[in-house]
Structures are given as structure tokens and as C-alpha cells.
Design a protein around this ligand. Sequence first.
Ligand SMILES: [Zn+2]
Length: 386
Amino acid sequence: MINRRQWLYGVGIMAGTAAQSGSVLAPSAGDPQKTQHRTLDVSEFVPTSMLQVHESHVERARFPVIDFHTHITTSASSESGVALASDRQFLGTTEELLAVMDRKHIRAMVNLTGGYEKGLDEAIARYDRAFPGRFYTFTEPCCERWKEPNYPQVQAQAIEQAHRQGARGLKILKTLGLYLRENITSGELVKIDDPRFDPMWDACGRLNMPVAIHVSDPLAFFTLTDRFNERYEELNNHPNWSFHGRDFPSNAELLEARNRVFARHPRTQFVVLHVGNFSENLANVAENLDRFPNMTMDIAARIGELGRQPRSARKFFETYQDRILFGTDATPHGDEYPQQVFNDQLYEIYYRFLETDDEFRLRSGEDPAPGAMAYLRYQSARNGSS
Ligand SMILES: [Zn+2]
């Protein structure tokens, strides 16, 4: 005898339910008529797509590429998400970077996290000056000076100094809004539209330095880490990536504060990273692009979201093509963020996504290892999207 539930499973009607709850059904060894309910750890679920569809290999971009969003250097000393000194870590040698760039038709890479002062000098000397036209480095705010009473002026002067050093723009990490606090690592969170940053935004406008700004994070990071969370696996692995609860503002509050900055500084160009930091809601990104002529965006590390709404994404790209920058979030040896590792495969994924009509397909028998296109498209992302 089988009960109704088992019968429904048997004819496949509840198969979706079974997959969602992380359980599988397999015939028991002795009696193929009987089914046995097993549990499967979600981290072990590595399905092979059965779709028989064409797969293109795009080894070189059709046109020369500028990767607007890379992290060739990063801060060597951060605490609670706030960089506290200018020292840089150099993640890739120019030889290894240029080899991939030449193979993949990348004319230039923009190194967003160049720091300031001495660290910035070193980054510019090692990359920008050594290979003109191939590397461009951005500066970052000096958060360790936040407590100084004249910080607004100090920071504006630091931007001018960085510009003289050769920095081409300013990078704002999600530090602003989510990590930087009144006492740097303690106290109340500093708001994105805090007026103490106004001279910094204005200095960038005056010097024609675009601001590459990352605020907020994937929407799922602001909801409970439970079985309904589409990024459960990565949040479960990195609980500190969650901004749910505690004293964190909501995603909407962060974006509203950001928009007030755009409105207040119309002469400053803002490149909003990761699909306007709201790849889950392209209608909202479109609305903001319409509203703020000083806003553009990149597509770094969000193929997972774009690929799951291919029709809307295509329309969006066609409408806003002159406002969208190519970027990947490439991080040489960034093994902690599998989706961002700088290598040939990373660029092939983007080129395939942008240049072909290929459909979703996980290669047969392939572990959805870091960089697999299907993984990017379907499973949204594992990275912390820095
Ligand atoms: Zn990044």
C-alpha cells in the first residue's frame, strides 16, 4: 500500500517540493516499488543539467575590453570592515596580469582599491606608470582619519593629493553605510549621506574623478538566513556577511541615502557597481538611471541575477547601453571569492554571456566549480561582492 503523498511523489507532482526541502527519493535496494526518503545536505547537491543545448566558447572578446572593476591591490590592514592604513597588498604580478589581458583582449584594467598616500604611490608606480594605458588606479577614503575634527577638509585635500599622485577616480566600499562607525569601529553607523563627506564628493566632481560606489549588498543578505534565503549556502558559510537585524539599515534605506548624495552632487559622476547595487530589481535601477544623469553602473559579479531574468536584462541593456560599464570584480588569486578569481575562465564566462545566445547549461559531469557559467547564472553568487 502506498499513501497519497508517496503516490504524488511517484508520479512526479511533488518533485519540486522534494528538491526544495533538500531531500531525494530513491528506490530502496530490495524493492523497486518502494521509495525511501533520504536527506541530502544542500552543499552536496550538484545536479547535472540534462538540457541538450549548444555551448559556445568565446576565448577573446569581440572588441577590446576595459575591465572597470578589479582589485589588483587591496588594503593590508582592515578591522571590522574598515581599512585603517594605506599599506597595500599586491595580488598579481604585472607579468601574470598582462598575459591574461593579452589573451582575453583586455586593453586595460581599473584597479579600484588603490588606497591612498604611500600605498597608492606604490600601486601607481608598479602598474599604471610601468604599463601606461593598461592599468588605472583609484583612490579610497582615509577612514582612519575620520575622527579628526576637520575630516571633511582633510578628506577633500586627500582626494586632491591622490589626483596629483595619479589616481583616476575614487572607490567607495560598502564600508560606508555598513561598517564605518562614529568611533571608526564602534558607535553608531555613519550614514552614506553624512554631510561630512560632502567636500569629498565635490572634490571628485571638480577634478573629474568618477566615484565607483558600492553600497548595500545582495538583497538576500538583509533577510533571515533560513531555508527561504536564496543565498543560504554562502551566508551559512560566512555568517558575518549577513546584514539582517542588529543595527543595520535596510537595503532600501541605504539606497535612499545614496540617492540623496547623487541629487546633492550633480556634477560628480557616480558609477554604481554591481548593476546599480540592485540587480534583483532592474526596474528600480532603470528608474534611478532616468532620475540621475550623473549615475552609470557596472555589471560586476551579478551575472547570476541578470542570467535569471534574461528577457528583462536584455531590454535593460539595450535601453541603457551607454550607461553600462563592463566590470568583473576580478581579484588575482582571490580564492576566497571563487566567482571573482582573475583568470581566463572568468572572462570567457562574461564574453559568453554577453556575446552569445547560449542558454543555461551545466556541463555534464562538471562540478559547478568556481567560474562555471551555469553556476554564475543560476546559483547567483558566492562572493561577498566587495
Ligand atoms: Zn569589487
